[in-house]
Design a protein around this ligand. Structure first.
Ligand code: DNO
Length: 404
């Protein structure tokens, strides 16, 4: 039994079509109702349109990525009761349609961050890069968020000042636009891409967190879980929280899903298989002191969804993405631990044995340069990742079977 081969598909407008996925050997499609605004209910008929199309191509809608958690839930704004009701309703509707795995995240304001979306590798391929000084330049010297300089180590702030002084105004604008709009646009980010002053709108969102520290955000997550996990349970759904990307605080905002200890805290907040996690090696490996295999050993029984990819870690908290099996993640050991977890589930007679895995992000290469794709989601680079991961998995599985 192998892990289920999954693929992130952005819906009917995705240039990669469902027929393509079938050819590529994809079994499970990962998608969302991207056209429904954050905080609104996902209706049954809209869910069914997507689900039926996927099934008509001989695959299953394996994971919803993501059912977005609105800012009003994270900050506990006055609108929270309505937003929670809508979230519960969407879960019920997904359950009615037979969808059983729903990914979400709890990152304040920004879902994920990179400072360069087109970093060229020596091979000529392109990946995404996070340069910490450039990010601080964006925060402190482009956005000019009050107090930003106090939220980062002094030496990084100094480097950021230099970075900004070397940048043209057009480059500065591009960095801000990429961070606030381009990387967030395709996943229903907090800021409306059409807002007249998108930087001001972004700062206003950040400001809504001024009284929310790490403990308070944790409390808000625990309250969210109390409200939604029972509904997920009743409807046969496993929720799975995605870790912070990158896994440390940015913009002076708390981050609470960055470490093994954070995951342990989360699974203990509500004792149910429905309160699960998304294991994303790309996000978690940026903290070089976190041991990915020990995360699997500790909370593996609650992992419902896998994002496998790799990074190259650089000094000063910088990193860039890389191929799937090469880089700082020891993918052999991670894959082995995940397959052992799957074996355990089979022995225990658990229902959730699919353990969908998608090759996350990828190197832009070859014909990807002639194609349109969301940042991080080139077709060929991800397909290479899918093939590499499948080969690695098959080798490990065979070796495990021969040992028994
Ligand atoms: C970016 C993704 C994230 C992820 C969400 C899950 O490529 O890893 O947008 O889908 O954080 O909720």
């Amino acid at each position: 039994m192998a892990l289920e081969k999954a693929w992130r598909w952005f819906g009917f407008n995705d240039p990669v079509k469902l027929t393509d996925l079938k050819q590529m050997g994809v079994e499970g499609v990962v998608t969302a109702l991207h056209h429904i605004p954050n905080g609104e209910v996902w209706p049954v008929d809209e869910i069914m349109k997507v689900k039926s199309a996927i099934e008509a191509h001989g695959m299953r809608w394996t994971v919803v990525e993501s059912l977005p958690v609105s800012e009003g839930i994270k900050t506990k704004s006055a609108d929270r009761p309505r937003l929670i009701k809508n979230y519960q309703e969407s879960l019920r509707n997904l359950g009615k349609c037979g969808i059983d795995t729903v990914c979400y995240n709890f990152m304040p304001v920004l879902d994920w961050v990179r400072t360069d979306l087109h970093y060229t590798l020596p091979s000529g391929g392109e990946v995404m890069y996070f340069d910490f000084p450039s990010f601080v330049a964006f925060d402190a010297f482009i956005l000019k968020r009050p107090g930003a300089e106090n939220d980062y180590p002094a030496e990084i702030v100094e480097k950021a000042r230099e970075v900004r002084s070397r940048m043209t105004d057009e480059e500065a604008e591009k960095l801000a636009y990429n961070t606030i709009i381009v990387t967030q646009g395709f996943i229903n980010g907090a800021v409306d891409p059409n807002s007249a002053d998108y930087k001001k709108a972004f700062l206003d969102f950040i400001d809504t967190y001024k009284d929310i520290d790490r403990d308070k955000l944790r409390q808000h997550l625990a309250d969210f879980l109390k409200n939604v996990v029972p509904v997920a349970e009743e409807n046969g759904i496993n929720l799975c929280i995605h870790p912070d990307d990158p896994p440390f605080p940015v913009l002076g905002l708390p981050r609470i899903v960055s470490t093994k200890e954070d995951f342990e805290w989360i699974v203990n907040q509500y004792d149910s298989v429905s309160n699960g996690i998304t294991f994303c090696t790309g996000s978690l490996s940026v903290r070089s002191n976190e041991h990915l295999v020990s995360i699997v050993k500790s909370v593996g029984h609650r992992i419902h969804f896998l994002h496998l990819r790799n990074n190259v870690l650089l000094p000063d908290g910088c990193f860039h993405e890389y191929g799937h099996i090469h880089g700082c993640v020891d993918m052999y050991s991670v894959m082995k631990a995940l397959l052992e977890e799957q074996q355990r589930r089979i022995k225990e007679g658990r229902k959730d044995i699919r353990m969908p895995v998608r090759p996350d992000h990828g190197i832009k290469m070859l014909d990807d340069f002639n194609r349109k794709a969301n940042p991080g989601y080139p077709l060929i680079g991800r397909l290479k990742g899918l093939a590499e991961l499948s080969g690695l998995e098959m080798g490990i599985e065979r070796a495990m079977a021969e040992k028994c």
